[in-house]
Write a protein that binds this ligand. Structure first.
Ligand code: 3BY
Ligand code: FES
Ligand code: FE
Length: 411
């Protein structure tokens, strides 16, 4: 049986409400399939507008086999380009970030404009046509301070995501922020385990003492049931919406992205040990109310986010291998907030630095146990793990659709 039929059979016969079979978390062929059908075809969050504030600023990332460079060109447009020289393929930008008027390949100095067009290539002969040797472009969209790319030749429509989140993000003005702190951790587990762990708080009380001071354990906050049966959330939405802050739960019909403003534990305003704000200069003056809670936004497979009144914490997931995942966290504060005056870095980052490390350990232990020949898919808690079920259903449906629609040989 070929791989496609085998995976389709596994997806079709999976036990509803249960974790996936071992192969989905460990198998190199299935990982390759995830890359090709999901990571190389969907919109991915890769960074923020504020990381390329001026023309010539760039940063690089690696998505599976694709090196990518993101620039801001001279017209002010954010561009994503394949970071592979059109001469003999060298990586053009090697560092993680930088600033340069032109992109110069270190190998033989082919020189590109910030939009990827080839400006100069030494002694290439009379017939050489610069116009057909630009760095290859990658589809790139920005919304509310977030940069998304899509590696597919024919990207799916970004409009549904844009339409859903623009109103919610607009009051927070994330374009006028800076990255106060950034951390990248490597988790020894499949990317889907990172997501499954993120989509529930069943594990929170026992594992996240710092986060639990301010983030509610209630499944209604983390999951996808919204305010149904939760008067605290219903009251929060009514209060925020009445003062012009979009807050009500929205989810795409495919289940790929969701946004909602959730209350924190009563009295808390931010993810600090005391619950008090970590940053004096708040993100935007457009938000006049206090105790607005956290704006939760996820977009599978690459990002989940918390936007508070005083700062935002954004998470980027990238797969590194069948059992290896990179998670990058950024703490965004107002661009004019001053460290040591408006915020103290340790106070700002403590809760999520601890929480991320706790989650890393959880994911790694989960991956460890799944490797056992004795592992068999186990049942999710209907009360607490609705969000995990929703993620797994999204994955299963999405892969089924893609594999059924795929006609080309898989690899
Ligand atoms: O970051 C999050 O949104 C999730 C929700 C609950 C726990 N966790 C870390
Ligand atoms: Fe880039 Fe030769 S490989 S200039
Ligand atoms: Fe956690």
């Amino acid at each position: 049986m070929d791989l496609r039929s085998e995976v389709l059979r596994k997806l079709k016969t999976r036990r509803d409400g249960h974790s996936l079979e071992q192969a989905f978390y460990t198998d190199p062929d299935l990982y390759k399939l995830d890359l090709e059908q999901i990571w190389y075809r969907d919109w991915l969050f890769i960074g923020h507008d504020c990381e390329v504030p001026k023309a010539g600023n760039y940063f690089t990332i690696q998505v599976g086999d694709y090196p990518v460079v993101v620039t801001r060109d001279r017209q002010g447009t954010v561009r994503a380009l394949h970071n592979s020289c059109r001469h003999r393929g060298s990586r053009v930008c090697a560092g993680q970030k930088g600033s340069s008027a032109k992109l110069v390949c270190p190998y033989h100095q082919w020189t590109y404009e910030l939009d990827g067009s080839l400006l100069f290539a030494r002694q290439m002969g009379e017939d050489f046509d610069k116009a057909v040797h630009s760095l290859k472009p990658i589809a790139c969209e920005t919304v509310g301070g977030y940069i998304f790319i899509c590696l597919a030749d024919e990207p799916i429509d970004f409009a549904p995501m844009r339409d859903m989140v623009t109103r919610y993000l607009q009051p927070h003005n994330l374009k006028d922020t800076k990255v106060a702190f950034e951390s990248t951790i490597i988790e020894k587990g499949n990317w889907k385990l990172v997501w499954e762990n993120n989509r529930e708080c069943y594990h929170c009380a026992a594992n996240h003492p710092e986060l639990c001071r301010t983030y509610p354990e209630a499944p209604t906050a983390t999951g996808v049931q919204g305010a149904k049966d939760d008067p605290v959330i219903a009251e929060h939405w009514a209060r925020c919406e009445a003062t012009g802050l979009p807050s009500e739960f929205k989810i795409d019909h495919t289940g790929q992205f969701r946004i909602a403003r959730m209350p924190l534990i009563e009295g808390a305003e931010s993810y600090t040990m005391s619950g008090a704000r970590a940053v004096k200069r708040q993100l935007s003056d457009d938000v006049s109310q206090s105790h607005i809670g956290t704006l939760l936004m996820f977009h599978y497979p690459s990002t989940w986010n918390h936007v508070l009144a005083d700062h935002a914490i954004t998470f980027r997931v990238l797969p590194l291998g069948p059992e290896l995942t990179q998670v990058t966290t950024k703490w965004l504060v107002h661009k004019d907030a001053v460290e040591g005056v408006d915020y103290n870095l340790d106070e700002l980052t403590h809760v999520w630095t601890e929480t991320n490390d706790q989650d890393r350990q959880i994911v790694e232990e989960n991956a460890f146990g799944i490797r056992s020949p004795a592992y068999q898919p186990g049942p999710y808690s209907p009360e607490h793990e609705g969000g995990v079920m929703q993620f797994v259903e999204w994955y299963v449906n999405f892969m089924q659709d893609r594999l059924k629609g795929a006609t080309a040989p898989l690899f």
